[in-house]
Design a protein around this ligand. Structure first.
Ligand code: HEM
Length: 362
């Protein structure tokens, strides 16, 4: 029997049992529309790329990281003593930020292409779930080195869930493992970061990607309105996948440059008795709600202000979530326009409060 015959018999054997031909047909059927906004289709793939980097570098960090009272010392060893430990740590931290940045760009591009409309509503909901989980990944990971910045930023950050009425203080205490941020908190954040969050994130990501494969990429309404003969598209496999790989290569270069030229710093070991360093603030992706709560707190001091702030943030999130029910395919042109302006206002509000936040902690 020739090698070719052996290979085709082996393929048939596996195909009969696992249905490879159906899988290959499912992979091949996806088409990617080609138009002047096609560039924005890369951002979901870029988010995926940075997530893969997170998994690979995270596993390497796990080899030497020790949660609990020894956390700071283990990160110090990774950064100073282990061969290329500093680079792996730097890649993990930079890629975490680039991943959240890519997810945010991806979310707004999906929004402005109106890709949340039927039949892609679940893509929108699962995507928002992924963004929320990615932010909790970032928040829990930030504490793990237990340097002074991580310690104080987490203390400040945990004040946000603590403002939720009734259950807030209970949630904050549960996350902290007591009334103070200490080695028990690191232990909990570690479990969250490497077990609970991946266990939630991975199936949700699988669902999200399956939906994209099932429905294909949405074309923006202006392209959908064209006659069929004028709409162009290319197959995802292999044509667009090759372009995606090209973008991943560019992303890898940018990440490597950032991680090597600006290695991620490790501050002094945390000291709960020391005064908080000046200008303590949460990560950039939490700056907007943080600043909004501060602004409202300045106008309405005390519990009322905290409640009003949390209420406003939650209403904004809820409105963002239900957009696919408001701006549907059959919605009027007025609704479509209003939704577009709502998106522009959201970008402006997030940018404005973020810049103001950095300005006020200078
Ligand atoms: C880690 C987070 C995420 C990953 C890895 C991811 C990945 C992807 C990928 C690879 C695609 C196909 C390529 C593309 O259209 O860009 C996609 C499409 C999509 N994503 Fe995400 N995504 C994430 C978060 C989000 C978020 C936050 C939203 C919105 C709230 C979202 C909503 C969608 C929708 C509606 C589509 C279909 C777009 C279309 O049909 O053109 N995703 N995602």
């Amino acid at each position: 029997m020739s090698a070719k015959n052996i290979a085709s018999s082996a393929y048939e054997w596996v195909d009969e049992r696992l249905g490879l031909t159906e899988l290959a047909a499912f992979a091949r059927h996806k088409q990617v529309p080609v138009h002047k906004h096609s560039f924005w289709y890369y951002w979901g793939g870029l988010s995926l790329f940075f997530f893969i980097v997170q998994c690979l570098t995270g596993v390497l960090l796990l080899v030497y990281y020790r949660p609990g009272a020894d956390a700071y010392e283990s990160v110090r060893q990774i950064t100073i003593s282990m061969h290329f430990g500093w680079l792996i740590r730097s890649l993990h931290s930079w890629s975490a930020n680039l991943m959240i940045f890519s997810v945010v760009v991806h979310m707004f591009s999906v929004f402005f292409m109106k890709a949340y409309r039927k039949p892609r509503e679940f893509g929108w909901f699962s995507g928002l779930g992924l963004l929320a989980l990615a932010m909790v990944f970032g928040f829990s990971g930030y504490l793990l080195p237990m340097d002074d910045l991580a310690f104080f930023a987490t203390k400040v950050g945990l004040q946000i869930p603590a403002t939720v009425p009734v259950v807030g203080p209970v949630i904050a205490n549960m996350l902290r493992g007591g009334l103070e941020v200490n080695e028990f908190t690191v232990q909990r954040f570690f479990a969250l970061h490497v077990v609970v969050l991946p266990a939630l994130f991975l199936p949700l990501l699988g669902f999200h990607l399956w939906l994209v494969q099932k429905h294909g990429n949405a074309a923006p309404p202006s392209v959908e309105a064209l006659p069929a003969a004028e709409r162009k598209s290319i197959p995802f496999f292999p044509n667009f996948a090759m372009k995606d790989l090209g973008m991943w290569l560019i992303a890898l270069n940018i990440l490597a440059l950032l991680a090597a030229v600006f290695p991620w710093a490790l501050g002094k070991q945390y000291d709960p008795l020391a005064p908080a360093p000046l200008g303590i603030h949460p990560e950039w992706y939490f700056m907007s709600p943080f600043e909004l709560l501060k602004l409202i707190g300045a106008v309405l001091p005390g519990e009322i202000g905290e409640l009003a702030g949390m209420g406003l943030v939650n209403i904004a999130i809820l409105l963002w979530l239900v957009i696919p029910f408001y701006d549907t395919r059959s919605a009027s042109g007025r609704r479509a326009r209003l939704t577009h302006y709502f998106g522009l206002a959201a970008i402006f509000a997030v940018l404005f409060t973020t810049i103001l936040g950095y300005w006020s902690v200078r």
